[in-house]
Design a protein around this ligand. Structure first.
Ligand SMILES: NC(=O)c1ccc[n+]([C@@H]2O[C@H](COP(=O)([O-])OP(=O)(O)OC[C@H]3O[C@@H](n4cnc5c(N)ncnc54)[C@H](O)[C@@H]3O)[C@@H](O)[C@H]2O)c1
Length: 201
């Protein structure tokens, strides 16, 4: 995986899959071959948890700006405020969006492009668990990730300078735990999606 990372800078558009537990290590390695200076990222589900940690890491690595997307408007605004206080005014903008809603999600890409005048990294991190509400989980984990992937391809191709798409899977996508089958399958889907799309590019 890390060897592949070095080739991403060379490729026009690439889809990279990260198993979430390896994120910190991956970003450490990315830093060796990927210059974040001047780059813009869009991160879904960034108001807390892994998404918030990813944004913090990108800011520490010197990224120019981040668009944080989250369905939780209150927590998202607070999180963006905290990060701007820590890393510098106007480094993060927050857009309240449900990633399973195509129109909202597209709107967020448009606003982000308009605001930063560029896009280099899309991280489809938003994901939920909850087998009792599996339709909603499929909508977020699968539909939301596919939408984010295609929007990333579309918007980063438009800019002509390429970019990187990272979709959050899980070790459970490879090694299911047998008590949350739909969640595990949704994470397998993400692995398969990435392999298939990156082969096409
Ligand atoms: N936490 C883990 O142990 C773990 C392990 C493996 C993979 N992951 C994956 O990492 C990702 C993040 O997980 P986390 O543990 O940080 O979760 P979390 O619940 O802490 O945070 C998820 C964030 O996504 C947001 N969100 C949920 N639905 C959304 C939607 N429809 N549109 C936009 N935003 C939405 C939530 O409001 C929240 O801020 C998920 O894809 C998850 O499957 C997590």
């Amino acid at each position: 995986m890390f060897t592949d990372l070095t080739t991403f800078t060379e490729m026009n558009i690439s889809v990279l899959l990260l198993i979430t537990l390896l994120i910190t290590t991956c970003f450490t390695d990315v830093n060796m071959s990927f210059d974040f200076n001047g780059k813009i990222a869009l991160v879904t589900g960034g108001a807390r948890g892994n998404g918030y940690a990813i944004i913090s890491e990108l800011l520490q690595k010197g990224i120019r700006g981040v668009t944080m997307i989250d369905v939780d408007a209150e927590r998202g605004q607070q999180a963006a405020h905290e990060l701007n206080n820590m890393y510098g005014y106007s480094k993060v903008i927050f857009i309240p969006v449900n990633v399973s809603q195509a129109t909202q999600f597209e709107y967020a890409f448009r606003v982000s492009m308009w605001h930063w005048n560029g896009l280099d990294i899309v991280i489809n991190n938003a994901g939920v668990t909850g087998e009792n509400n599996w339709i909603s989980m499929v909508n977020v984990n699968i539909i939301g990730t596919v939408q984010g992937t295609y929007l990333g391809l579309q918007y980063m191709s438009k800019s002509g300078r390429g970019g990187v798409i990272i979709n959050l899977s899980s070790t459970l996508g490879v090694d299911p735990d047998y008590y949350q089958p739909v969640y595990d399958a949704s994470k397998s889907f993400i692995l398969s999606l990435g392999r298939s799309i990156s082969d096409e590019l």
